[in-house]
Design a protein around this ligand. Sequence first.
Ligand code: KQY
Length: 367
Amino acid sequence: MSNLLKTTPRQDGFRMPAEYERHDGCWMIWPERPDTFRLAARPAQLAFVETATAISQFEPVTMCASPTQYRLARSKLPEHIRVVEMSNNDAWMRDTGPIFVNNGVEVRAVDWGFNAWGGLQGGLYFPWDLDELVAQKVAEIEKVHRYKAPMILEGGSIAVDGEGTLITTRQCLLNPNRNPQLSQAQIENHLQNYLGVEKIIWLENGCLFDETDGHIDDVCCFIKPGVVALTWTDDHSDPQFERMNEALDTLQASTNARGRRLEIHKIHQPDPVCFTAQESATIEAVESTYMRPEGMRMAATYINFYLANGGAVVPLFNDPHDAPALRSLQQLMPDRKVVGISGGREIILGGGNVHCITQQQPAPQSR
Ligand code: KQY
């Protein structure tokens, strides 16, 4: 199916729905890189199985696995999870998969440029040629029309409310290692044209210790129209403290596309998650340009959760803040079943979490 469109979603009346709208399913990629995930990704694979299984109680899940991993993935995942063969360079479907848009009767895919979070200027690995094809392949499998957006963008770097508002960070979208040829105004224009948004809220920075240059999906997300969950610490001595306060100030001073102030809820972060000597020693240096030494802190937050149909799937870190985070999120979303993922630490050791490894496919009519 040759499905490439020459128009833009905005011209055609399509928009990116919020994650809390109705989904037809969720896409993931099976992890295998030994220079991203320790012990040849075996512990991460268990965490991905846990995540896929948790999401599958709410909506259909498709796991993409490379040719050499297909049999293993198929044997580890429950039968009701679809496994399709798809080559890839790594397992971050949020960033390499398509961003779906809809118009009430049809779903289409937006295929963004991808350069492994910075290309040869601070990107995480080379090559990334297989990752670049993931969005197109997903669109082909789903037989949906596809737009090719004229800029680099990762799904984890934006949060939308489906009603015209998008939150992102300057640290990531204006980073010279993404789209150095584009001005802020041109980037805003592309976001408007390809995601159907009107209002863009720019935070200055993402979290410290984030290897993606400040993805928003570690900082905050929309959980309902006008309502934002924000990662937080009360510890003034924590280096994240300043960044979180800066984010809070910006969000408090902002209005959404409808001109309304945002309701912001703080979710206290886990205690610092740092590589142990054993974890670090069991990551193999292959083609990754990113080192994971003992003691290095990761950008661990509970905000990196996935909203499924009637559910919320939240990474846990075996930390005293796990239970309060689950409780707060459950209170904020009483209409959803909030489920914790015990393998959150294994996923964050690879640099992301539950949100980063998933990509929702909205229903054609998702509201
Ligand atoms: O934050 C994300 N959306 C992705 C994290 C990618 C980490 C790569 N090692």
